[in-house]
Write a protein of this length. Structure first.
Length: 253
């Protein structure tokens, strides 16, 4: 469910609204509170909302950090592929041509990895990427074995960086906000809405629209956090600008 920010918004909004209604209903059933007790409740409500705001802020920071990491990995991957494409010119011409062709196909698959949304299409891309990685390493073994020189070792090292960068990218895409953090944030939001409805139920009785203020704000925050934390299904996604630009450079004679 965390992969669908709109679902998070659509579920969290009515749940929080019902929580506020529940708090208001409980408040109306109790005897009228004294002024001192009402002030104490307002202090508790303010403290609870502050805690909720801090947790949302920390979770938002986690989502932004993960989004920035995915962007950084995309740039690192483009740099590794571009550098290796240049280094392949140090190999004998037949080996260089074969490896550059494989590397170009590999680059196309990496661009597709960032743009794909269909899980079945993504499985095909992962399978082709793994096959191309094996083919690249197998093709590199021929010149590396025939001429174990420092120059050839430089090309081998560059190919190793290319393969490693893909693993780092995949790890960054798997690095998501823990479900426990979502559960904690959701429970605190529900309790805050119950307390909000309980504390201000006399005012809300005259204006039921106030029930929607806090739920809409919190649900919007949840949507933004989920959107940043969703690599494929969110509105805010990492665009492979560096890899796409590299495609044009590698096709230039």
């Amino acid at each position: 469910m965390m992969d669908y920010p709109l679902v998070i918004f659509a579920l969290s909004l009515p749940v929080q609204w019902l929580a506020a209604q529940t708090g208001s209903h409980l408040g109306r059933r109790r005897p009228a509170l004294a002024d001192a007790e009402h002030q104490d409740l307002e202090v508790i409500l303010a403290a609870s909302l502050t805690l909720l705001g801090l947790i949302i802020g920390f979770t938002f920071s986690m989502a932004v950090t993960r989004y920035d990491l995915r962007k950084s990995r995309e740039a690192d991957e483009a740099n590794a592929i571009g550098t290796e494409y240049v280094r392949l010119g140090l190999l004998p011409a037949p080996d260089a041509a074969k490896l550059r062709g494989l590397l170009t196909n590999y680059l196309n698959q990496r661009v597709s990895f960032y743009l794909a949304r269909d899980p079945r299409r993504l499985e095909q891309i992962d399978s082709l990427t793994a096959k191309l990685q094996r083919d690249l390493w197998s093709a590199m073994q021929t010149p590396a074995t025939a001429q174990p020189t420092p120059i050839v070792a430089l090309a081998v090292s560059g190919l190793n960086d290319v393969l490693n960068s893909q693993g780092y990218t995949q790890a960054a895409w798997w690095n998501r906000i823990p479900p426990e953090a979502w559960a904690l944030m959701g429970m605190i939001a529900i309790f805050c809405n119950v307390l909000f409805g309980f504390t201000v139920q006399s005012t809300v009785a005259r204006n039921t629209g106030l029930f929607l203020i806090l739920p809409v704000i919190v649900a919007t925050a949840f949507f933004l956090i989920a959107d940043l934390d969703s690599p494929r299904t969110g509105v805010i996604r990492v665009s492979p600008q560096n890899l796409i630009n590299l495609c044009g450079l590698m096709r230039t004679p």
